[in-house]
Design a protein around this ligand. Structure first.
Ligand SMILES: Nc1ncnc2c1ncn2[C@@H]1O[C@H](COP(=O)(O)OP(=O)(O)OP(=O)(O)O)[C@@H](O)[C@H]1O
Ligand SMILES: C[C@H](N)[C@H](N)CCCCCC(=O)O
Ligand SMILES: [Mg+2]
Length: 231
């Protein structure tokens, strides 16, 4: 199987990384080999003259096989702001990312890619997440951070993914608080107003065991992400 997924979200800080790590752990629990990628990251710390991002380090640790950090996160910008500002005069090259993604994908059954921010968040002055996802050509999963306002953001994001010409394979609800007022009503509304299927509800876990968190994913079948299918 050669499968892949591009994980976007309704915003920054909505649980994309929690969902990415849960997804990778679940795939490994289900017997697949997995490589992960955070192509562009803003908000990095400098160590020995290089920049490292928390998300990318967690994704690197979740891969089935060791992978160079620079392959997982080729664009690591120090400033914790929109990448089009944090990048300075660096241009993000989608062809370089696609080549690195292909090399990572050659090492595993699955490639899981986490975007930066939301669907239309810029990655530099010219490219945004939508453009990168289109170049990678992976099925897209939308992470919906369950908080007031998520219905509008989720519907806008799924519509935008589909307008990009990519398949929105599903969405994940991520609990960002112990008890969101009207949680069930919001979940039910989204289930009837999003064209993509709900693939799981990730519970509220401040110190998550990502293998446990991965058990809350309920994909209809992993085959729907097999890139050899015509979808
Ligand atoms: N299921 C959860 N339960 C409890 N807290 C959560 C959960 N998911 C996310 N969080 C909290 O929200 C914060 C942001 O989550 P996460 O880093 O996954 O967001 P993100 O969408 O990946 O952000 P970015 O756009 O910066 O990549 C986490 O640091 C954590 O504190
Ligand atoms: C720094 C932050 N944690 C994210 N990595 C980047 C969020 C970019 C959001 C850009 C925007 O859509 O306004
Ligand atoms: Mg993240």
């Amino acid at each position: 199987m050669k499968a892949g997924v591009f994980i976007t979200g309704t915003d920054t800080d909505v649980g994309k990384t929690w969902a990415t790590l849960a997804w990778m752990r679940r795939l490994r629990a289900d017997g697949y080999t997995v490589a992960g990628m955070k192509p562009v990251a803003a908000g990095c710390e400098r160590r020995n003259g290089r920049f490292y991002n928390r998300d990318a380090l967690l994704i690197q640790a979740a891969c089935s096989s060791p992978a160079d950090y620079a392959a997982i996160n080729p664009y690591a910008f120090e400033a914790a702001m929109s990448p089009h500002l944090a990048c300075g005069d660096i241009s993000v090259d989608p062809e370089r990312i696609a080549a690195l993604a292909a090399a990572l994908h050659a090492t595993a059954d699955w490639l899981v890619v986490e975007g930066a921010g939301g669907w239309y968040s810029p990655l530099d002055a010219a490219l945004d997440n939508a453009g990168l996802a289109r170049r990678l050509g992976l099925p897209v999963v939308v992470v919906v951070g369950m908080r007031l306002g998520c219905i509008n953001h989720a519907r806008l994001t799924v519509a935008a993914v589909e307008r990009t010409g990519l398949r929105c394979a599903g969405w994940l609800a991520v609990r960002l608080s112990e008890a969101m007022p009207g949680f069930e009503g919001n979940l039910a509304y989204l289930q009837t107003h999003l064209s993509a299927p709900l693939l799981g509800v990730l519970p509220y876990r401040l110190e998550p065991d990502f293998t446990e968190l991965g058990q809350h994913l309920c994909p209809p079948n992993w085959q729907m992400f097999d890139l050899r299918q015509n979808f």
